[in-house]
Ligand binder design. Structure first.
Ligand SMILES: [Fe+2]
Ligand SMILES: [Fe+2]
Length: 133
């Protein structure tokens, strides 16, 4: 089952939390369409919506890091690129009619929630708080 938004995933930054929630809500909708084997067109459309939200979120988060001179910014941006290329691979699976889309999406979003949001993104907020920014 795909991870859904809950307060456990909140890192204490209103804008970032809200964007994470929108993304996870969209991923959940996409996952449900995939497991129900509904329409491929709908999946591709929703995948595009999810990618747009993620690109815009990365952009905003990277701006927060740069403006506040977060020391780990370059590494964090690399992690965003890695996640993006993983999603591109999943989009390819979707477009080629693979039955592994739901499985790969679960893995990818689980890693993103537990390893990225709760570790890397939280480090940004810890830095902002520690430096009264
Ligand atoms: Fe991030
Ligand atoms: Fe994030």
């Amino acid at each position: 089952m795909i991870i859904t938004w809950s307060d456990i995933l909140s890192i204490g930054h209103d804008t970032i939390d809200r964007e994470h929630k929108y993304i996870l809500d969209t991923v959940t909708r996409l996952y449900l369409i995939e497991v129900d084997n509904k329409s491929k067109d709908e999946s591709v459309m929703l995948f595009g919506e999810m990618i747009d939200l993620i690109v815009s979120h990365f952009h905003n988060e990277e701006a927060v890091m740069r403006i506040n001179r977060y020391p780990n910014t370059d590494h964090h941006i690399e992690l965003h690129s890695e996640l993006f290329s993983r999603l591109t691979d999943i989009l390819y699976l979707l477009e080629t009619g693979s039955d592994r889309v739901a499985h790969e999406l679960v893995q990818c979003i689980d890693d993103w929630a537990h390893l990225h949001i709760l570790v890397q993104d939280r480090m940004i907020v810890d830095y902002l708080e520690a430096n009264h920014l």
